[in-house]
Ligand binder design. Structure first.
Ligand SMILES: Cc1cc2nc3c(=O)[nH]c(=O)nc-3n(C[C@H](O)[C@H](O)[C@H](O)COP(=O)(O)O)c2cc1C
Length: 188
């Protein structure tokens, strides 16, 4: 028996940027379910090549400071850096996604581990959507900046970016449906 409700919700997932997110963000119980869903992503040998770092409440101010420093170090002026800092404050909950890829693994090459990281991200975001929350995965120059990488990562890890999460203040813009990508499936 097909669960039409879950499938309809799945097909309706869209991203919504932090400027359209308001309180409340996912609480601890919702977050635990989202992390469980992330763990259900296909993951060769269960290496768990991704981990999450929660930024919420007062920690958002520290992230804002970091964004401001990174912006100034990247040559942005004070006004632009302040805008970047403000982005860190907007989302009720931010989850940094850190990849820990074992480049020398004898059985699971790096590309398979990266796919597992992506799968976990998709599962987490879908679970958030099914629980009634909205959000968006973001990266950009800030995620790649050495100051920001160092603040989130141990040696050998890579900060992929942030999932910003909260309650939608407006409906996300509808995007093309799942049948809109010609060439996504061919016969061999
Ligand atoms: C790893 C990763 C990083 C991303 N970084 C950004 C970003 O910095 N800015 C952005 O606008 N979208 C970024 N995106 C894309 C959005 O998260 C989103 O998937 C895209 O806007 C499509 O929207 P949809 O999820 O509603 O289809 C990123 C996606 C991934 C998977």
């Amino acid at each position: 028996m097909v669960d039409d409700t879950a499938l309809t919700a799945l097909l309706g997932r869209h991203s919504l940027g932090p400027k359209h997110l308001v309180e409340p963000g996912p609480d601890d119980a919702a977050l635990a379910l989202m992390l469980q869903a992330a763990r259900r992503a296909p993951d060769h040998l269960s290496l768990q090549p991704g981990r999450w770092v929660r930024v919420q409440g007062l920690a958002r101010e520290r992230l804002a400071d970091l964004f401001e420093q990174a912006a100034r170090a990247a040559g942005k002026d004070a006004a632009a850096a302040a805008l970047d800092a403000d982005r860190a404050r907007r989302a009720p909950l931010t989850l940094a996604l850190v990849a820990r890829i074992d480049l020398g693994h004898p059985q699971v090459p790096a590309h398979e581990q990266w796919m597992a990281v992506g799968g976990a991200l998709a599962q987490l975001m879908t679970a958030a959507h099914l629980l009634g929350y909205a959000g968006k995965m973001l990266s950009g120059y800030k995620a790649r900046h050495p100051l920001v990488q160092a603040a989130f990562c141990a040696p050998g890890e890579t900060l992929v970016g942030w999932v910003t999460l909260g309650t939608a203040a407006r409906a996300p813009a509808a995007r093309p449906g799942p049948d809109a990508l010609p060439g996504a499936l061919t016969d061999w």
